[in-house]
Design a protein around this ligand. Structure first.
Ligand code: 13P
Ligand code: 13P
Ligand code: MG
Ligand code: MG
Length: 364
């Protein structure tokens, strides 16, 4: 029987501001998913958080896009939102764009990444969860993990990986998808995914079709048509025995690359890998954070998590993040710290520009 891992997440209210999720909201989620485990709907679950995003990790046998699983997540977010409202937490229910559930949480605000697979003899799995950034943040690390031999030694020295991988890329503006093979089409792939605002790596497969990785690509502000917050994406990656090793999957995060998000979802900033307890983006509402939860999936149960960035070998990346943060923050409201104009469309800036519109005069 196949196992499905569903990671469904939402910002249901921040404590304080956009820094973290309140303990009482996490307790509500724990109670809801605990009941679903007891009645057999799901095999196992973990409640986590990255910054102000509540993360529901569920294992079950119902496949991806299952209505019961999505409804469970939606109802859990609604209940956690009620608690957030009672505590007057900030932006309570921020990511829930609808009043009623209609079969699938996609398009309703929450971020979703789901992966279904036949369990191997041993199935290590890493779930990355981010705050204060957008889905394009996974493009660079996924490229390095599955296509860059300077990152992933297995591409060169493991016969089971030597063939390369297939990337499924979504154009989140035109709502189209394309598959590109690596290494053959790696330059084509890079020509797209370097544009992280538009093209997002949705999934990675082996050439025989076996699924390796799935990301959430929901763009909250496009769906809502107004500024709400950032999408704060998640990404699931399977590891070992023909997939990249756990250490190869984590290696790209030793470089604190620039992502979009941070304060008001409107700035570039370095992506800081942190242990679970350090995912509290407070400086200028950031810098953007990423945590990595390591599991062994065993007969539908989740063994873990192991806190994978709780390792001094990522201290240098964290120190570097702080240096880069100091440097780029000194630009204040100037680009490239602030995002370029076209990417500010879904922020609160257009409201300010509207006021000046009538005062513009034609230059003769
Ligand atoms: P596997 O081929 O068993 O995944 O071994 C690779 C490894 O563990 C190196 O770290
Ligand atoms: P979130 O997307 O994490 O809610 O952050 C929004 C924001 O405006 C931070 O300054
Ligand atoms: Mg928030
Ligand atoms: Mg958030």
């Amino acid at each position: 029987m196949k196992t499905t891992i569903s990671v469904i997440k939402a910002d249901i209210g921040g404590f304080p501001g956009h820094v973290s999720v309140h303990k009482e909201c996490m307790e509500i989620a724990d109670k809801e998913l605990g009941a679903a485990k007891n009645n057999g709907l799901i095999n196992d679950y973990r409640i986590m958080r990255c910054g102000d995003d509540l993360e529901l990790i569920m294992s079950h046998t119902k496949g991806i896009n299952n209505e019961e699983i999505h409804k469970l997540a939606w109802d859990t977010f609604i209940k956690a939102t009620e608690k957030a409202k009672s505590l007057k937490l900030y932006g309570a229910g921020q990511d829930l764009l609808s009043d009623s559930f209609s079969g699938n949480v996609k398009g309703m605000g929450p971020g979703v990444a789901e992966i279904e697979f036949e369990e191997r003899k041993s199935d290590p799995l890493i779930i990355f969860m981010a705050d204060k950034t957008a889905p394009g943040a996974w493009n660079l690390p996924l490229y390095k993990i599955f296509a860059d031999p300077f990152n992933t030694a297995g591409l060169v020295i493991d016969p089971k990986m030597h063939d390369g991988f297939v990337f499924e890329v979504h154009d989140v503006i035109d709502n189209k998808r394309i598959e590109l093979k690596c290494p053959e089409e790696s330059y084509d792939l890079l020509s797209l995914i370097g544009a992280t605002d538009r093209y997002c790596v949705k999934s990675v497969k082996k050439k025989n079709g076996e699924i390796c990785s799935v990301s959430s690509t929901q763009r909250l502000n496009f769906m809502a048509g107004r500024y709400i917050g950032k999408d704060d994406p998640v990404c699931i990656v399977r590891a070992q025995s023909g997939f990249p090793a756990v250490g190869e999957v984590l290696e790209p995060f030793a470089f604190p690359f620039m992502v979009k998000g941070w304060m008001r979802g409107s700035h570039h900033g370095p992506f800081m890998p942190v242990p679970f307890e350090k995912a509290n983006p407070s400086r200028f509402d950031g810098p953007p954070r990423v945590i990595a939860a390591g599991f062994q999936v065993s007969n539908g149960m989740l063994i873990g998590p192991s806190d994978l960035f709780d390792d001094p070998s990522f201290d240098k990346a964290r120190a570097e993040t702080n240096l880069i943060a100091d440097y780029i923050r000194r630009h204040g409201p100037f680009e490239p710290h602030r995002l370029p104009m076209d990417e500010m469309e879904y922020t609160t800036l257009p409201g300010v520009l509207e006021k000046l519109k009538s005062r513009f005069e034609v230059i003769e």
